[in-house]
Write a protein that binds this ligand. Structure first.
Ligand SMILES: [Zn+2]
Length: 338
């Protein structure tokens, strides 16, 4: 009888506990102990002034870089050249965001960048880029640009612990320029003349324009009101010397001595690497080689390096002497130690 009462008691306990056991085993799994938190992905935003619409937007830095890449470099360039361009463009943008570099006063004060290539960097919306490209290649082009940006996410170039000024241009005539030969000022250790090969593959690498003496005289007088052109034109223009990068450094035009870059700007030439041939008493032919100011990375040279196996890091280190290539998070850890 005692045994019977004992078994009845055990069964009662089991019957009472069973639902609790079942409910517990079907409920939510216990919350695991939190592990060490992974480093959060840094969200970096940039304010962009659209110079065509007058609208300013804050956008994700990486999305902005995709639109710069779409406007600055042909999407069918080698992937490593696209990546080098992405890092150069991101470094420029981050220089503005971080306040290391500022834009010219009065154009878009308080806003990081604008979409005017003549002032900041070229920029093109995804929608515009897709329309501009051949419909057969548009999706592929955007995918290539996205890949180049995504695979270099957050990476910038720095020199001795400070954000580098990663200037770039379309093509160079064999060598890039020293920064101080293009813009007056101190030399920049990482913006010095280096070899650039393969640039001749670019469209318009060598271009000729005809300029009449009348046109030259008119433009000269706009810039230099007291300049005089007298006598035989062949005697009036004289190239005096060249830069380390092979462009015209100084020349004399009539009574004025000017920099090759000023002559280029005055006549809207593609490059300060030019030669002048006199066709007759009234007309001359100016032939330029390369395109752009010539400082920093040559885009066509970068593509040529990439085609011979150069990685984006090798391309950047070639054109920006002595730089380091690091993540923005690492840079900020160095720049602003906690
Ligand atoms: Zn701007």
């Amino acid at each position: 009888m005692k045994k019977l009462i004992y078994y009845a008691g055990v069964m009662t306990v089991i019957i009472m506990l069973l639902p609790m056991i079942i409910v517990r085993s079907c409920g939510p799994a216990p919350v695991p102990e939190p592990k060490d938190e992974a480093e959060p992905v840094k969200i970096c935003e940039i304010s962009v002034y659209n110079h065509l619409t007058g609208v300013t937007e804050r956008v994700d830095l990486e999305e902005y870089i995709k639109c710069v890449l779409a406007a600055e470099m042909p999407a069918d360039f080698d992937m490593e050249a696209l990546k080098a361009q992405a890092v150069a463009a991101r470094t420029f943008a981050y220089g503005r965001i971080s306040g290391v570099y500022r834009s010219k006063q009065g154009v878009h004060d308080g806003i990081d960048v604008c979409t005017d290539s003549g002032h900041c960097q070229a920029w093109m919306s995804k929608e515009s880029a897709m329309k501009r490209w051949n419909i057969l290649f548009a999706s592929r082009n955007w995918a290539r640009i996205s890949k180049a940006v995504n695979e270099t996410r957050g990476i910038i170039a720095v020199y001795e612990g400070s954000v580098a000024n990663t200037l770039f241009h379309a093509s160079s005539p064999g060598r890039t320029e020293n920064a101080e030969d293009v813009w007056s000022g101190k030399s920049v250790p990482y913006l010095i003349s280096v070899e650039s090969s393969g640039d001749e593959a670019s469209k318009g690498y060598i271009t000729s324009v005809a300029v009449s003496v009348g046109e030259l005289s008119e433009k000269l007088n706009k810039t230099y009101p007291h300049a005089e052109l007298e006598g035989d034109i062949t005697e009036e223009i004289e190239i005096i010397d060249f830069t380390a990068g092979g462009r015209v450094k100084t020349l004399r035009v009539g009574s004025i001595t000017m920099k090759g870059t000023e002559f280029r700007s005055m006549l809207g030439l593609r490059s300060a690497c030019f030669k002048i041939d006199f066709i007759d008493d009234d007309l001359m032919r100016i032939t330029t080689t390369g395109h752009g100011h010539g400082v920093g990375m040559s885009q066509w040279g970068a593509n040529a390096l990439a085609k011979t196996g150069g990685t984006y890091r090798e391309i950047l280190r070639h054109y920006y002497t002595g730089i380091d290539i690091i993540g923005i998070s690492d840079y900020e850890a160095i720049a602003k130690p906690n």
